[in-house]
Design a protein around this ligand. Structure first.
Ligand code: C5P
Length: 289
């Protein structure tokens, strides 16, 4: 087999806590992660000329090593001990960029899964997750996805029971927020409120959607940044439309609400669509799909 296709599902942070600063410059995190049905599609084609590059339907996406998908391929070949193997990665992007939805990480994880298939499964899931750590903090989660608790830099994963069935309304304003910049701002002022991670885990375990939504919280929402006013505004609108809970994902700028009924999620999206760049509904995606 010389080529394959792979879906790359986006992630949402149902909660995000920063529990400390590390000596390596990163932060210790505790995040409840969920894969959602907004996905890029990747086509992987092995090449004989040794070139590893990506192309995409969005022109501003880099085709070289700045793209996590390219880095994933290079790390995969390295781990396999082969040199000079070429790969063309064509990406049809649906996951908004700079949204906190892990688009780059999802693409990188999809490359690892796809190459693992093309090479007849040389690596286990745990081995792919280990390779992921050299690529980016959210890549390990994206290898299998589903519902999980991510700790450490994001690479220590605990699989959880799938979150209760529900509908998401996702909304991203026109601007993006730089991840390192928001971490710096967070470092400048102490985190005052932390999510109740134990309570969130208990709610997932009990299959209690309302208890889960009541506890959704992201420490980055409290950072002093004028753009977060827009985020708070969108959150308020989602709650007006009877979301059980609404929260920013990652370092933003996308916000999502959780709904019991598809009609409510769709109505919320319709009302926000005129004002904000990206609005759509989605469903949770189980692990391994
Ligand atoms: O690992 P990744 O490249 O995705 O991280 C992007 C940036 O986010 C890092 O350069 C760092 O500033 C910040 N980060 C962090 N602690 C983490 C994850 C990311 O400080 N656990």
């Amino acid at each position: 087999m010389r080529e394959t296709t792979e879906r790359a599902w986006a992630k949402l942070n149902l909660s995000l806590d920063v529990t400390g600063r590390r000596e390596d410059g990163y932060h210790d995190l505790a995040m409840l992660m969920q894969t959602v049905s907004v996905g890029d599609e990747l086509r992987l084609r092995l090449r004989d000329d040794g070139k590893v590059f990506a192309s995409s339907n969005l022109r501003f996406i880099p085709g070289d090593e700045r793209n996590l998908a390219v880095r994933a391929a290079l790390r995969f070949f390295e781990a396999l001990g082969i040199s000079g193997q070429g790969l063309q990665i064509d990406i049809r992007k649906e996951i908004p960029v700079g949204a906190g939805m892990g688009g780059g990480s999802a693409d990188a994880a999809a490359v690892l899964r796809g190459l693992n298939r093309l090479y007849d499964t040389p690596f286990s899931r745990a081995e792919l997750e280990r390779i992921s750590q050299q690529i980016g903090s959210d890549v390990a989660f994206c290898v299998a996805g589903g519902t999980a608790l991510a700790q450490g830099r994001g690479e220590l994963l605990r699989d959880l029971r799938p979150m209760p069935d529900c509908f998401f309304a996702l909304c991203k304003p026109g601007f993006s927020i730089s991840t390192p910049e928001l971490y710096q701002k967070l470092d400048a002022s102490p985190v005052r409120i932390h999510p109740d991670t134990a309570g969130l885990l208990a709610a997932v375990e009990a299959g209690d959607l309302r208890a889960l939504c009541r506890r959704m919280y992201n420490v980055f929402e409290d950072v002093d940044d004028r753009r977060l006013r827009t985020v708070a505004e969108i959150k308020g609108r989602l709650l007006d439309y009877r979301a059980l809970g609404a929260v920013m994902t990652g370092t933003g700028s996308a916000v999502f609400g959780v709904f019991e009924r598809a009609e409510d999620a769709e109505r919320a999206c319709e009302s926000l669509r005129g004002e904000y760049k990206f609005c759509r509904t989605a469903k949770p995606v189980p692990r391994g799909e």
